[in-house]
Design a protein around this ligand. Structure first.
Ligand code: PMP
Ligand code: GLN
Length: 385
């Protein structure tokens, strides 16, 4: 092996391998049930797979247009209008991306310069912070505490300075499973009004929302919509996280900047999958039934672990459930998550990795996007702990 002897200064000296890779690898090594990384253990709809197959056979195998195929952009825009009453222009205000991760990275690359400040809410999805830092931006964290999981917007307002360039929100929220209310969004709108701050709204779980709650998309609030990049992911919606297809919506001036980066970041996204999704999205029930589908899984999981020593507040959205283990052990959450994987054969995600200064609130995240059989096996294990 050649040895690199030069003095290389890392741009991200403190960034470890993502917790999702770490816990999934540990689950595989110990043959444990993997409820850590968020992905379904069941197949996505055969109809959708056949549509991709058909598109490949029909020869849709070369580069797609840079912003995505127009039919897909059009149907997403129609879906957005039908759900939220807001119209985006299919030519200039939407870009198909290689999943939400690329959309998030590209938004940040297109907007954040050295010393710009970005307010994020912790626990935060793990890609936000390094994406900001790699462009020299400064993360300004607001820690949300699990006792209430409520945001005090007057405190958020105090974090805003002349250097604040962006705020990132995520609803339904990974990992907490909580959602932002209309009132939260209105308070955020009031804070951002009359500023030049851009909003990055991560809405990848928009269709996974429970108990009749309504998703409060940033596009519903004019003062937010005018400054928002909204990102979404078909991986979450159609049970195929491995396809890595999502999209970004934004007013044309912001989308223009987004595309300047996107074209050199991925240029364009998997073509046959886009053709298939454009067809599949013609049936709204394919995404409108998702909330009920996952609510049944949440309810099954929670009913099965009711007698366990874990404490919980039912998730309001996403396919994640937080379980508090303070009645079981005082071990650190990362240590306990590893021990559960090795000794009890069940893998989860320790929440401290998403918190400011790795704050340990004795909480683990479990993914319930699993077959009922897997959930029953998982509950059996958890009830014995
Ligand atoms: N944002 C959040 C909150 C997520 O949970 C995820 C992954 N599940 C992503 C973004 C990334 O989505 P994708 O897999 O489409 O890149
Ligand atoms: N979003 C998924 C989760 O929260 C994981 C995605 C990834 O592995 N990068 O578990």
């Amino acid at each position: 092996m050649p040895t690199y002897n030069s003095h290389f200064q890392s741009k991200l000296p403190n960034v470890p391998t993502s917790i999702f890779s770490v816990m999934s690898a540990l689950a595989a090594e110990h043959n444990a049930l993997n409820l850590s990384q968020g992905f379904p253990d069941f197949k996505s709809d055969t109809k959708l797979i056949e549509l991709v197959n058909k598109a490949m056979i029909q020869g849709k195998n070369q580069y797609a247009p840079m912003p995505g195929i127009l039919n897909l952009r059009k149907i997403i825009v129609e879906k957005t209008e039908a759900l939220y009453g807001v119209s985006y222009h299919p030519e200039t205000e939407i870009t198909i991306t290689a999943g939400a991760t690329q959309a998030i990275f590209t938004v940040i690359a297109a907007t954040i310069k050295k010393d710009d400040e970005v307010i994020i809410f912790k626990p935060a999805y793990d890609s936000y912070e390094p994406s900001i830092q790699v462009f020299g931006g400064k993360v300004i964290p607001y820690q949300i505490y699990p006792e209430t999981f409520k945001i005090d917007w007057s405190e958020v307002k105090k974090l805003i300075t002349l250097k604040t360039k962006m705020v990132i929100i995520n609803t339904p929220h990974n990992p907490s499973g909580q959602i932002l209310s209309k009132n939260d969004m209105q308070q955020l709108a009031a804070i951002l009004k009359d500023t030049n701050i851009v909003l990055l709204s991560d809405e990848v779980y928009e269709h996974i929302i429970f108990d009749e709650a309504q998703h409060q998309s940033a596009c519903l609030f004019p003062e937010l919509a005018e400054r928002s990049f909204i990102v979404a992911s078909f991986g979450k919606t159609f049970h195929n996280t491995g396809w890595k297809v999502g999209y970004c919506l934004a007013p044309s001036a912001l989308m223009e900047e987004f595309r300047k980066v996107h074209q050199f970041n991925v240029f364009s996204v998997n073509h046959p999958t886009q053709v298939a999704l454009a067809d599949y999205l013609k049936t709204p029930n394919n995404y409108l039934e998702l909330g009920d589908f996952y609510q049944q899984k949440r309810d099954l999981f929670l009913s099965l672990i009711k007698g366990s020593r874990f404490e919980f507040t039912p998730s309001q959205g996403t396919y994640f459930q937080l379980l508090n283990f303070k009645n079981i052990t005082s071990e650190g959450d990362f240590y306990f998550a590893k021990r559960l994987t090795k000794e009890h054969k069940i893998a989860s995600i320790p929440i401290s990795v998403f918190n400011q200064d790795n704050l340990d609130t004795k909480v683990l995240r479990f993914c319930f996007a699993k077959t009922d059989e897997t959930l029953k096996k998982a509950a059996e294990i958890l009830c014995k702990i």
